[in-house]
Design a protein around this ligand. Sequence first.
Ligand SMILES: NC(=O)c1ccc[n+]([C@@H]2O[C@H](COP(=O)([O-])OP(=O)(O)OC[C@H]3O[C@@H](n4cnc5c(N)ncnc54)[C@H](O)[C@@H]3O)[C@@H](O)[C@H]2O)c1
Ligand SMILES: N[C@H](CO)Cc1c[nH]c[nH+]1
Ligand SMILES: [Zn+2]
Length: 873
Amino acid sequence: MVYPALLPLLNKSVSEVDSELLSACIRVGPLLVLAEHASVTSDLPALAEYYVDVGADASKAAEYLAQGASKIVVDSDIHLPEGVSRENVILRTTVDQAQGRPTHHKFGGLILTGSDNIDAATIKRLRDNLLESPGLIFSESGASTSPEIPKVVAVSRLSMKSLAFAFTSTLTSDRADGLFPTIVCAAQAASDLPLGLVYSSVESVTESIITGRGVYQSRKHGLWRKGETSGSTQKVVRIRKDCDNDAVMFEVEQSGTGFCHLETEGCFSDSTSGKEKKGIAALEETLKARLASAPEGSYTARLFNDSKLLQQKIMEEAEELIEATDDDPRHVAFEAADLLYFTMVRCIKAGVSWADVERSLDEKAAKGKKGERRQGDAKPKWVEKLADKENGAVPAADEKVPGQAKESTADAPVPKTFPTEPTAAETDAPIRMRTSSLASCSSEEKAALLKRPVMDSSAMIERVKPIVNKVRDEGDAAVRSFTQQFDRLQVELKSNIMRAPFYTPESVSEDVLPKKVRDAIDSAYANLKAFHVKQAETKPLVVETMPGVVCTRFARPIDRVGIYVPGGTAILPSTALHLGVPAQVAGCSTIVLSTPPRQDGSISPEVLYVAQLVGVSCILKAGGAQAVAAMAYGTEECPKVDKIFGPGNQWVTAAKMLVQNDTNALVGIDMPAGPSEVMVIADKTCNPVFVASDLLSQAEHGIDSQVVLVAIDLEESQLEEIEVEVDRQARALPRVDIIKQAIKKSLIVKTRTLDEAMNFSNEYAPEHLILHLEDAPGAVKFVNNAGSVFVGAFSPESCGDYASGTNHTLPTYGYARQFSGVNTLSFQKHITSQELTKEGLRVLGPIVVTLAEREGLEAHANAVRVRLAELQQ
Ligand SMILES: NC(=O)c1ccc[n+]([C@@H]2O[C@H](COP(=O)([O-])OP(=O)(O)OC[C@H]3O[C@@H](n4cnc5c(N)ncnc54)[C@H](O)[C@@H]3O)[C@@H](O)[C@H]2O)c1
Ligand SMILES: N[C@H](CO)Cc1c[nH]c[nH+]1
Ligand SMILES: [Zn+2]
């Protein structure tokens, strides 16, 4: 509790009192306003503190408090209405009454009305009985109480001088020079640092109270009117004394380059204090500096100069904030920060400070409490816009992600779409990931870092259900019609199926599939085959568990398999290879390859070439949920399969999850695969160009891809180099629009040690893990959860994606904690067998009988007993 100097009573309308005097009163303390004049409070400045004197009628007390009064003054012995707590109440009473009934004292303050002089001990006792410390006690004007107690004085009876005197007369200095240490703070500061420490004298404080300007006392140069030479003046919002009246605090609005002579906002805000400005305060300072001197052609200069660009960015960021889902708090924070950035540019451009914005917020809050605020409904234009969006109104063709379906049907609603056409502004906005430091993360923040961009699988399953059911019930016709619709075919497909033989080196011409490409496919095929052949189990596992009891486990291929090759945003013949090779090596007799056809109904020559190499039986020219359903249930044209493999978008993944749970389909799946991801763990030895290139290689897969850089103790300059490289390399890539969306959802996580980095990686369980470390091979032993690991600076993930020999169909979304990537064994199943000799049964039989009897399963026991009986004869 800061003790006021006196309590000026405003018993007239604001226009009837000297406005300068009123401002000075507000500077030194709260105002007391009579209830009958309470309407005047709406004319007071937003930061003014005031009490309302309701006298004997407390019925509206709660209302006044809600409207912004900090306390209510009531006559003694009146009943307090519900909702008004005693700490907000000042009781008007006599000293005798106050002393006589100590339970009454548990209020927020007292106004003493009697004319007795009271001694210091009584004042202390009264104060101690109040709720706050040192306890507000005033005396009504005219009552002759102690000089220690501030008086209630009508504003009309005050002058500037008497007001200043009331404030300064109780100041007592404990210093030889008679000055008062003075803390200067920014009013409504975004930072918790004071602006500085200075000194005041009675004279300087008096001048500040009267003029409303920051005036202090320099120990060397006398009166110091802040800003007199620098121009960085101060408007004083409040002046307060401390609890024992020997120090002062000024709350000010600082203008110009700041409070400190070094032209920083405050004397504690340089980097040596270890508490640099952050967040909004830092942004405001940067933007103000940019407005003054942004290099021509820089992005910020463009924003300041090009109002259209700024308008577009504000609208765009507002939309992205709306679209961020609540399930991903990081994404919401990320989009809110973007919107705030452009909002702040708008404000600084118009000369509006953050303090102005906060003031406006407070004014609105005060109006809201008075019930004056608008109802809050949106303007009809926005109501209609949102309704259109929710009803799935088809956006213009140029608002679509390449490869996404153009039209919706009642059966298959169109998913949320993101505009990908870059605006002029987007072309320039930095392509950056979010940065977090693990050391300063709370456990909630760390959990958020480990989460992937949201995948609402149950909602997606509901969306694919109508597609899957229609294919199950109507077969080929439904498949054909969905392909027509979702893959925007320009021709009618005669059949959904193509049968072998496909391309061979002899049958395909050089201009359709150049030799260089065929050779590359052949090399990748050879490497994949070499690695996957070694994984195949060719010999049974045989163990004699007891003499004459031999247990065996042997592998058999899964007969009919379906391999899905994505083809929405990119055609991926490499996935045909990575799924086809293990299927072939495992010996599957039917391999159905499904992939969305191109708009002319054809399949890419690369996929056809791979299909021939790996021995695909037939190609289903369909993608998405309809392809999964056709393979799961079978149609007249498409064979039913026993297990479906392969990555794909949300439609594919949801359909795989759906059919896997349908016992009528009796089909297995490899794993719930999601959007591609990579984590790069880099230390100080890393090459920033390599690091950026690896991150971008996965970001280009799709707008939902997530890439993570775990930086071990990197210098800020190294991190910056990587960020610059990400931006530079991304701009030169053809899929830059997809990358921008993916990078927005991606992260840089700063760690201090290898240990910390590896723990984070194991918790995240990335699909791909690149160890870009001084001792990368030495770090492999710490990897517990990951789809595939790339060891050292010269092992880019792209090699695993295409041709080194490892498989690129890997668990994403953290499933690497419990799933392996696709391998030869994924296309096989294991069968166990056992063979007992007579000797073996003699030993094992009695054990089995005992256990069967114990379970009450007599038939089991009997099957052994009858044999043992025969062996005894
Ligand atoms: N984890 C891995 O191993 C791996 C490997 C390669 C690719 N990927 C991922 O696979 C995904 C490939 O996705 P993609 O879209 O390029 O190809 P895709 O083949 O998976 O999906 C395209 C199909 O989606 C269906 N579809 C699209 N919009 C639809 C709508 N509105 N309604 C109904 N169906 C609709 C269409 O049938 C279309 O044929 C990417 O996310 C990529 O990251 C993962
Ligand atoms: N990186 C993908 C798996 O997440 C596979 C791929 C195919 N082509 C290029 N990359
Ligand atoms: Zn890839």
